[in-house]
Design a protein around this ligand. Structure first.
Ligand code: MG
Length: 380
C-alpha cells in the first residue's frame, strides 16, 4: 500500500457500520469489508451471470465475476497512483454488480417493468439499489445482523446513483443525492474503472464473437490510434495477439489520462480530507479529448454490439423468462416456496424481485422450464 493522501478515506476515520462491531484484528475495516464481500453468496453467483453474452455461449466471454475482477484491478492501480485507499476501491469494485439480475441489463429492465406494471407502489427495480440491498439486508451469514454490515464508505461507493424518492428511504448513504454532493474519490474512480473495464473487454468479447469487426472499430479515434501504434511497433503481429495488445495499450492510456486529469483537479481544489472531496465538484475525470473518444466508443458498442440482432434475440428471450416468472409468481404466490411469500402485495412483489434477481442465468432458465414447459414433468 502506498502512502495514503489526506483526501483519501482513512479506515480509522470511517463513519462506521450500521451495527457497531469491535474493530478487526490484523486488518483494517475496509479489508474486512472486502473479505466479507468475497465470502458472501451473491459474490459467487456472479460467475454464472451474463455480462453481455449469456454464460453458456462461450467459455472465454466475460461474466459478471471476471468483469468485477477487472474493475478491481484497474481501480487498485488508480488508487495507488492517486494515494487513495486500495482496499476500499477493491471492496467497492467487487460489490458493485452484486445486484445484477440474470441476463444482464435485459433482465433488469424486464424486472423493473414488471414491478411498475403489477405493483406500482413497490418502487421498481434497479440493480444499483439491489447491490446495496444485498449487502445491507439480504445476505444471511452473521448471527447478529442481516446483510454484511459494511462501512459507510463502502456502501457509499456501491450506491452510484439513486432517485430522490429512494434516497429519502436510505438514511446516511442516500443523503448526497438530496444535498447534491459527491461521494469519496475512491467511489468516483471505481465508477470510472468500471467504464474502462467494460469498454475494453466488450471490444475483446465483441470481436471474439464476430458481431463486430476491426474494420468497424478503425472508425473510432481511440481504437485507431492504438491500433496504428501496435502495428508500427510490432509489424506482422499475429492477429490473435493484435487485439489484446491494443486493449492493453488503451487501458494504459485511459488510466494515465484519468490519473493526470484527476491529480490536476485535486491540485486546483486542494481537498484536505475525504469530506472536502465530498463537498467539491467531481474530481475524478478524463481529459476532454479522452472523454469524447471514450463516449464515441460507448456509442459504437451500444449501436453495433449491445443492439446487434443476435444480442437482441438473447435480450428478448431473457425478458420473456423474467416477465413470465414474475407474472406467474405474483398472480399465484403458491407457486413459490413459503419463504418467498408475503401477505402485502408490495412486499410480495419485492420478495419476488429479490428471488428472481438472485438467480443465475441457468437457474432462471431451469426455473422457467419447471413452471412453463409441459415436457419437464412435475418434479419441480
Ligand atoms: Mg460493472
Amino acid at each position: 500500500m502506498s502512502m495514503l493522501a489526506a483526501y483519501a478515506c482513512h479506515p480509522e476515520l470511517s463513519r462506521g457500520r450500521r451495527y457497531e462491531e469491535p474493530p478487526p484484528a490484523g486488518r483494517n475495516a475496509f479489508q474486512r469489508d472486502r473479505d466479507r464481500i468475497v465470502h458472501c453468496n451473491a459474490f459467487r453467483l456472479l460467475e454464472y451471470k451474463t455480462q453481455v453474452f449469456i454464460n453458456h455461449e462461450g467459455d472465454l466471454f466475460r461474466t459478471r465475476l471476471t468483469h468485477s475482477l477487472e474493475v478491481a484491478q484497474i481501480a487498485r492501480t488508480l488508487a495507488r497512483n492517486l494515494g487513495l485507499h486500495e482496499d476500499l476501491v477493491e471492496a467497492i469494485a467487487l460489490a458493485h454488480d452484486l445486484g445484477h439480475t440474470p441476463f444482464g441489463h435485459a433482465g433488469q429492465d424486464a424486472l423493473h417493468d414488471c414491478m411498475r406494471e403489477l405493483a406500482p407502489g413497490a418502487g421498481g427495480f434497479e440493480h444499483n439499489l439491489q447491490s446495496l440491498r444485498i449487502v445491507d439486508a439480504l445476505e444471511e451469514r452473521y448471527a447478529a445482523f442481516n446483510g454484511l454490515n459494511l462501512c459507510f464508505e463502502t456502501r457509499e461507493g456501491i450506491l452510484k446513483h439513486c432517485s430522490a424518492a429512494h434516497a429519502r428511504t436510505l438514511g446516511d448513504v442516500g443523503e448526497r443525492f438530496l444535498t447534491r454532493t459527491r461521494p469519496s474519490l475512491e467511489a468516483q474512480i471505481t465508477n470510472l474503472a468500471d467504464e474502462i473495464a467494460y469498454n475494453n473487454h466488450d471490444i475483446d468479447d465483441g470481436l471474439r464473437s464476430g458481431l463486430i469487426s476491426i474494420d468497424q472499430l478503425l472508425n473510432l479515434e481511440l481504437f485507431a490510434s492504438h491500433h496504428a501504434r501496435v502495428v508500427q511497433a510490432c509489424p506482422g503481429i499475429d492477429p490473435r495477439r493484435l487485439v489484446p495488445e491494443i486493449t492493453r495499450a488503451m487501458i494504459n492510456t485511459l488510466i494515465i489520462d484519468l490519473t493526470e486529469t484527476t491529480l490536476a483537479n485535486i491540485r486546483d481544489h486542494a481537498p484536505a480530507s475525504a469530506d472536502d472531496v465530498r463537498a467539491a465538484p467531481v474530481l475524478a475525470a478524463f481529459s476532454p479529448t479522452i472523454r469524447q473518444q471514450a463516449n464515441d466508443l460507448k456509442r459504437f458498442l451500444m449501436e453495433n454490439l449491445y443492439r446487434h440482432y443476435r444480442v437482441m434475440r438473447m435480450t428478448y428471450k431473457a425478458q420473456t423468462i423474467v416477465r413470465d416468472l414474475f407474472t406467474a409468481f405474483f398472480q399465484d404466490p403458491r407457486l413459490l416456496a413459503s419463504k418467498h411469500r408475503r401477505d402485502d402485495p408490495n412486499e410480495q412483489a419485492r420478495a419476488i424481485a429479490d428471488y428472481i434477481a438472485g438467480m443465475t442465468d441457468r437457474h432462471a432458465i431451469r426455473e422457467h422450464d419447471q413452471v412453463f414447459r409441459m415436457g419437464s414433468g412435475f418434479s419441480a
